[in-house]
Ligand binder design. Structure first.
Ligand SMILES: *[C@@H]1O[C@H](CO)[C@@H](O)[C@H](O)[C@H]1NC(C)=O
Ligand SMILES: *[C@@H]1O[C@H](CO)[C@@H](O)[C@H](O)[C@H]1NC(C)=O
Length: 338
């Protein structure tokens, strides 16, 4: 845990915070793979030609083509003959001696080919195997996503999530490779929505890995910075000047509390001016908006922003009763802002 006076201020603050890391716990066999793709995607099972995984609601079910058929990702169905089937499901060591080839089922597995015979191996320390340079490498330097050659399993132009960053995504190209893209530009800060395959407002997306792009700035002092997506979440940027902290730690104020960047504390939601997602972590309820002088409220459903509405009759919105009232409300979050 970094020691800094700022950290002390936040820790000493009466509001409890919860630390969360985006852990990739998996329960089902192909949940990790399915989580990357949109609902309903059918994926050829890595290392096989006749089996495929149907992803529904984040869970994978393995299905098998009728005898003799192979699953074609591009046709999204079982076919009599599959182009390149030898490459996909044959012996990857065929005709090779003294060479390493990638195991298509996992990023950190490989085969050592001896006289055409595959001998399986695993890279140490969860490193990824890179066939191009015949070596294991650190995951951060690797382009492998979940399984080797992931774009051999789905149609070209398929877009899929980058689980380490909600703003980033990958797209399969016509040569079965993936290229990386981002929804953050100099003009817009958006997150990737796998269902529509497009960049959308972060408040409409459930995100467990807020983007670290452009969060920290050059500083000699440690600072807490908004995650620029939610009102609860913030990053701890280390003061590493002259370099910028590119890997800040994400944290969250406890439910009902928002991060106040000016004061560098977590404070009750109604006291914090914040125009990012005010619904995050609040379930299904009505919350005050930071626009229109306390006359507006936001409808949250399952912690996602659904719509912003205005109280009738010039009434004010009172978050404590989740209703509009004729009594004047002076919540700091919305008062005198427009
Ligand atoms: C996913 O797809 C299935 C079947 O197509 C559908 O029943 C289900 O509601 C979808 N789930 C979501 C979260 O959209
Ligand atoms: C597909 O992407 C890979 C990796 O980025 C690249 O090397 C290759 O040239 C691309 N192929 C096409 C047809 O764009």
């Amino acid at each position: 845990m970094p020691k800094s006076s700022l950290f002390g201020v936040l820790l000493g603050c009466i509001f409890l915070m919860t630390w969360q890391t985006s852990s990739a716990a998996s329960t089902g066999e192909y949940e990790e793979l399915c989580r990357l793709f949109k609902n309903g995607t059918q994926i050829r099972k890595p290392g096989t030609c006749d089996q495929y995984i149907k992803c529904v609601n984040g869970e994978g079910t393995v299905l098998t083509c009728t005898s003799g058929q192979s699953f074609s990702p591009s046709k999204n169905q079982c076919v009599d003959t599959l182009a390149n089937s030898n490459k996909y499901c044959g012996n990857r060591c065929e005709g090779k001696d003294g060479e390493w080839v990638a195991d298509p089922t996992e990023c950190h597995r490989y085969f050592y080919c001896l006289n055409g015979e595959p001998h399986p191996g695993i890279c140490p320390n969860s490193q990824h195997f890179n066939e191009a340079n015949q070596a294991c490498q650190h995951g951060v330097d690797s382009t492998c996503v979940d399984v080797n050659n992931i774009c051999e399993l789905v149609p070209s132009k398929t877009k899929f999530r980058n689980e380490n960053d909600c703003a980033k995504y990958y797209e399969c190209n016509s040569s079965e490779s993936h290229t990386a893209s981002t929804c953050i530009t100099t003009k817009k800060r958006q997150y990737f929505d796998v269902e529509s395959g497009s960049c959308v407002e972060p408040s409409t997306i459930e995100c467990s890995a807020h983007s670290k792009s452009g969060i920290c700035s050059k500083s000699t002092k440690a600072t807490f910075v908004s995650d620029k997506a939610t009102c609860r979440g913030y990053f701890y940027c280390q003061g590493l000047s002259p370099v910028i902290d590119l890997d800040p730690m994400w944290m969250q104020c406890k439910e009902g509390y928002f991060f106040d960047e000016d004061l560098q504390v977590c404070a009750p939601a109604a006291q914090v001016v914040c125009e990012y997602n005010r619904c995050e972590g609040r379930g299904t309820m009505l919350v005050a908006s930071s626009s229109n002088n306390c006359h507006n409220y936001i409808r949250c459903v399952d912690s996602k922003t659904v719509e912003e509405e205005t109280c009738h009759f010039d009434h004010f919105f009172d978050e404590t009763i989740e209703a509009c009232t004729p009594t004047i409300i002076y919540d700091k979050c919305c008062d005198d802002r427009d």
